[in-house]
Design a protein around this ligand. Structure first.
Ligand SMILES: [Zn+2]
Length: 210
C-alpha cells in the first residue's frame, strides 16, 4: 500500500483515472483535475510560529481539512500524492534531509503509519535527499485542563533523541501535516539543534488558526 508507484505507470494512471476529488475530470495535478486543484484553499506562504518560519501550502479549510483527516485517521492513503504534491510547489530552502514529525508508538499502533513520514518519503524522493528520523516521541497524553506553560513543558518532554548512528545533517526540513501553535515543531527543532543541526526549516500541509 505504501509502495511508490512507478512514474511511468503513474502517468498512465493519471490519464485513465478521474480526479480523486470530483470523480469527473481527468487527473492533471497530483491525482486531481485542474478545476479542483485551483479551488483548493491555497496559502503558499511563510507563517511564523514559536520563532520558526514555516512554509505552509494550505489554509486548514474545506476540503483540505477533510482530506487531511481522512489521510491521517481513515487510512485513505490515496491522498498522499495530492498532499506531497502540494509541498513541491512551495519555496523550499536548500536542505540535506527531511525530518518528519515523529508520533508515539501508541499513535503508530492506532493508525498503522506516521502520516508525516509517508509524505516525507514522497517529498524526499522528489528532492533526491534522505528522510532522517533521529528523534522519537514518547506517549502523547491529553492536554485538556493544562495551562499554556504546562502544555509546552509536556510537549518538550515528549521528544527524545533516539539515534544510534553517527549520521548528522546540518540543514534539515521538519515536515508536519497541520500546524496550529507550532509547539511540536519547536520541541523537535530543539532536539535537532542539540544533534548539531545549524539550519532547521519547517514545512506543513496546512496552517490552522490558533
Ligand atoms: Zn476534480
Amino acid at each position: 500500500m505504501l509502495q511508490l508507484i512507478h512514474p511511468l505507470l503513474h502517468k498512465t494512471m493519471q490519464s485513465l483515472f478521474p480526479c480523486i476529488l470530483c470523480g469527473i475530470d481527468q487527473q492533471r495535478h497530483h491525482s486531481v483535475c485542474t478545476d479542483c486543484w485551483q479551488q483548493l484553499p491555497w496559502l503558499k506562504q511563510t507563517i511564523q510560529r514559536q520563532e520558526i518560519e514555516i512554509q505552509a501550502a494550505f489554509h486548514y479549510a474545506y476540503p483540505m481539512d477533510r482530506i487531511i483527516q481522512k489521510f491521517k485517521y481513515e487510512q485513505q492513503l490515496h491522498f498522499q500524492n495530492l498532499l506531497a504534491g502540494s509541498l513541491i510547489g512551495l519555496k523550499l530552502p536548500k536542505i540535506q534531509a527531511i525530518v518528519p514529525m515523529p508520533i508515539s508508538h501508541q499513535r503508530l499502533a492506532e493508525r498503522g503509519y506516521n502520516q508525516s513520514l509517508v509524505l516525507a518519503k514522497l517529498l524526499a524522493k522528489q528532492l533526491n535527499i534522505p528522510v532522517w528520523q533521529p528523534v522519537a516521541r514518547l506517549a502523547q497524553h491529553s492536554q485538556k485542563g493544562l495551562s499554556r506553560i504546562e502544555r509546552l513543558d509536556q510537549i518538550d518532554q515528549q521528544f527524545v533523541i533516539a539515534t544510534k548512528t553517527r549520521v548528522r545533517y546540518r540543514k534539515v526540513l521538519m515536515l508536519d501535516d497541520v500546524v496550529t501553535t507550532g509547539s511540536s515543531l519547536h520541541a523537535l527543532k530543539q532536539k535537532l539543534e542539540a544533534l548539531g543541526c545549524q539550519k532547521v526549516y519547517a514545512a506543513c500541509i496546512a496552517s490552522a488558526e490558533i
